[in-house]
Design a protein around this ligand. Structure first.
Ligand code: PMP
Length: 446
């Protein structure tokens, strides 16, 4: 205690970022990473490391969890990506039990080597039909699908043109495939066009892939996909759209921005995941031809050399498609959208600003990393489980609290979340101002 008001929090626990440890120097790979743990641990000791928590129950609207120091807490859960609450849907759990009896736990091979099962084969067909695509191919995760779609098709002399805010799985895929990577300003069709003109003025021999997402979670916004696909046709390029966050959960019949923009069956490559709306783990790429599917199966390393989805994952994702395409699915989506709109309204009424347009991810603007960490520290005691997002995942000074909405959240859950956030934010602001004053006094005294 410095003045009896707050426990003193050292400035170094409120500053710095994971980026500082991204490129450590030194010949010893193990020794040079210790700085990260030291910084992380300083934050942990002061209750400022809100990551790596473990859930004690299913991802339901109210849940229990532990922080990574073992501390137990319970609260309304806005930290799970299970938009339609299908992960613990009774019909999905029943399918999982039945499949275990018939197939056991494991697919026991890659898709080329008897890892495919009756369930995965049916699921690939269902995905293609859902998206109006000719074919679809499964990957072990959404990450593997995003990475693998790019790595599988792009060669070192090709070019990748991507939205500056594209997900790391897409950026890593591009970085492993070619050095010719160009980032265009977030959602700027104009800048994408200028790059395409520049690239095609010099090189008509090699391929160009344009990469974007149908819903950028942290910004909660969507590009003009129609315009991007048209550009790709004009410049002989291939469009890849990662539809992780809206497919199944938003848009007409759960078809997300692709459905909204009348692009079903018209986009070259669609990447997706089951981990957000389909109650399972796993990913896929939907494509325009059997040729593309077969090529990815054998040339995308994250498919060719990785064991296929377990039969349980494939069968539960299949059941999720069935629910999503049923009247129940529409009810869940309506409830989800109502919750999203209700939460955004209540947050704004409470004086907060939120990012973007309505989507399953509602990011509340906080600002300085230090302040956001102090807010996040108070959330568990206030009864809210939500994630902190800070630099380098978002720009410096634009830290935010990320609330993920689910169909089964009740009005009370939404109200509790806003009250908890407002209480935590008010107290954190007071502490942050006090800490800033103390720091300035210390500086003034040399
Ligand atoms: N793409 C995007 C846009 C994502 O947000 C994510 C998950 N956060 C992934 C890919 C990876 O999906 P998965 O969690 O299934 O690996």
């Amino acid at each position: 205690m410095l003045n009896g008001t707050f426990n003193y929090t050292p400035p170094s626990a409120l500053t710095g970022s994971a980026r500082d440890y991204r490129y450590p120097r030194g010949a010893d790979l193990q020794a040079r990473i210790e700085g990260f743990y030291k910084w992380q641990n300083l934050r942990r000791q002061h209750g400022l490391w809100p990551f790596s928590r473990s859930a004690e129950e299913s991802p339901s609207p109210v849940t229990a969890a532990r922080d990574d120091a073992g501390g137990h807490f319970r609260g309304v859960n806005f930290a799970s990506e299970d938009y339609l609450n299908l992960a613990s849907h009774p019909a999905i759990k029943q399918v999982a039990h039945e499949v275990i009896d018939q197939f056991g736990m494991h697919s026991a091979g890659t898709a080329a080597m008897l890892g495919a099962t009756a369930h995965s084969v049916r699921l690939e067909r269902r995905i293609a039909d859902f998206l109006g695509a000719a074919e679809a191919i499964l990957f072990p995760t959404g990450w593997a699908a995003a990475y693998g779609a790019i790595k599988g098709l792009v060669r070192p002399t090709d070019h990748v043109l991507m939205d500056a805010l594209a997900h790391p799985s897409l950026k890593e895929g591009a970085a492993s495939a070619t050095k010719n990577i160009y980032l265009f300003r977030h959602n700027s069709v104009e800048e994408c066009r200028r790059w395409l003109q520049k690239i095609r003025a010099k090189d008509v021999q090699n391929g160009v892939m344009v990469v974007t997402e149908s819903l950028f979670a942290l910004e909660s916004d969507t590009p003009d996909l129609r315009a991007l696909q048209a550009l790709c046709h004009e410049f002989n390029a291939t469009l890849l759209v990662d539809a992780a966050h809206d497919l199944g959960a938003l848009g007409p019949a759960g078809k997300g921005a692709l459905g909204d923009q009348d692009l079903l069956g018209k986009v070259d490559l669609v990447v997706g995941t089951f981990s957000k709306s389909f109650g399972s783990n796993g990913g896929f790429v939907a494509c325009r031809s059997r040729e593309a599917k077969e090529y990815l199966r054998f040339f995308s390393p994250s498919c060719a050399y990785s064991t296929t989805l377990s039969p349980i994952q494939a069968a539960t994702a299949m059941k999720a498609f069935e629910i999503i395409e049923s009247a129940e699915g529409q009810t869940l989506r309506d409830r989800l959208l109502g919750n999203i709109q209700g939460l955004r309204r209540s947050l704004i009424d409470a004086g907060f600003e939120v990012h973007g347009a309505p989507s399953g991810v509602v990011c509340v603007k906080i600002g300085a990393e230090g302040l956001a960490r102090l807010v996040a520290r108070r959330l568990p005691d206030a009864g809210l489980i939500a994630n902190l997002v800070e630099f380098p995942d978002v720009p410096k000074g634009h830290a935010r609290i990320r609330l993920q909405v689910m169909a089964n959240h009740t009005d009370d859950n939404l109200g509790d979340a806003v009250t908890a956030l407002a209480t935590a934010h008010a107290a954190a602001c007071e502490e942050f101002e006090w800490l800033t004053r103390e720091r300035d006094k210390l500086r003034a005294h040399g």
